[in-house]
Design a protein. Sequence first.
Length: 112
Amino acid sequence: MENIFFIIAGFISAVFGIKRPKFGLVIGVILVCIFYYLTQAFEIRSLLTSLAIGIPVCALGSFLTSWLFSGFRGGDHNTGPSYSGGFGGGRGGAPPSGIIRSDEEIESHKKK
């Protein structure tokens, strides 16, 4: 099978894998099978070789793009204000605890 088919399947699995990496992997493997069916004479050995190359390429494409682009959409991160726990709420020598606000939030909450 031509190398360009693996590149195309990897790219398409990367596009679908941005939001759902497992779905991108499945789409990529299906594309590898379709490309194999359209371009090669059926032999079990060459099919297994194509799948042995296509599955890691599609998995790498889909999971890598999901990992790379997760920061742009706020993926598994807390994007709002965070809560810093502590003991005593700042009494004694303990550091203050509570919601940590950004400078913009502090400015917007000041009394006028």
